[in-house]
Ligand binder design. Structure first.
Ligand code: PGA
Length: 248
């Protein structure tokens, strides 16, 4: 059994002050939960203040993106070394919003993961199909392409996969527990066929996860956690999701 992993992806929400207010309320709500890995991924600009407040807590810190070069003339970008120095242990890579709005291809995602891993950051790699792809029965082909492209020449060490069907992100439509599990089974089998150590990789589900549906999702054998957007923005709601994953 893998330790459940619940991560908050705050996207472009919360100032530094709002981040601090969240953390002050959130830490007491989850301080006794030791059987779940908990992670917050605030905006870049809030990472340093979050890091100070999370230091002696049971909550991990991650970023939502990173650049695939070490340093230099890349205006506006953030490197793995900067994230590590600011206190991050994790980074989310390949989120569907990055793929869609910032033209991130599997090749770029692969470069980002390679550098992040080489520097020692753990990675949450996001994959998932669109509604059109699901409806035309192409889900597994799409995931196969994303996994082979994103993980090219990489081992599975330090990697978590977040399966996020695009049609379920921010829409209130969650995949059914069985639909999600069936896709997780496909991902687990893909990893097993193509890489060593697949049994240690946690596979999170993401897409409209809420306090009301976390238990059903976590009751599925192949769902090891969740990547949560909207419902992670309020301390009590996110704490309920963490509590819902405890005890698996
Ligand atoms: P959501 O977002 O929980 O708001 O659907 C999930 C995500 O995009 O990571």
């Amino acid at each position: 059994m893998l330790k459940p992993f619940i991560a908050a992806n705050w996207k472009m929400n919360k100032t530094s002050q709002e981040t601090e207010e969240f953390i002050h309320s959130f830490i007491p709500l989850v301080k006794d939960i030791s059987d779940v890995d908990i992670l917050l991924a605030p905006a870049f600009i809030s990472i340093e203040s979050a890091s100070r407040l999370l230091k002696s807590s049971n909550v991990l810190l991650g970023a939502q993106n990173v650049y695939h070069e070490e340093s230099g003339a890349f205006t506006g970008e953030i490197s793995p070394d900067m994230l590590l120095a600011a206190g991050c242990s994790h980074v989310i890579i390949g989120h569907s919003e990055r793929r869609e709005y910032f033209s991130e291809t599997d090749d770029i995602v692969n470069k980002k993961i390679k550098l992040a891993r080489a520097k020692g950051l753990d990675v949450i790699l996001c994959i998932g199909e669109s509604l059109e792809e699901r409806e035309s029965d192409r889900t597994f082909d799409v995931l196969d392409g994303q996994l082979s492209g994103s993980l090219k020449d990489l081992s599975l060490e330090g990697i978590t996969i977040a399966y996020e069907p695009i049609w379920a992100i921010g829409t209130g439509k969650t995949a059914t527990d069985e639909q999600a599990n069936e896709t997780h089974v496909f991902i687990r089998e893909w990893l097993g066929k193509n890489r060593e150590g697949s049994e240690n990789v946690r596979i999170q589900y993401g897409g409209s996860v809420k306090p009301e549906n976390i238990k059903g999702l976590m009751s599925q054998p192949e769902i090891d956690g969740a990547l949560v957007g909207g419902a992670s923005l309020k301390p009590d709601s996110f704490a309920k999701i963490v509590a819902g994953a405890s005890g698996k």
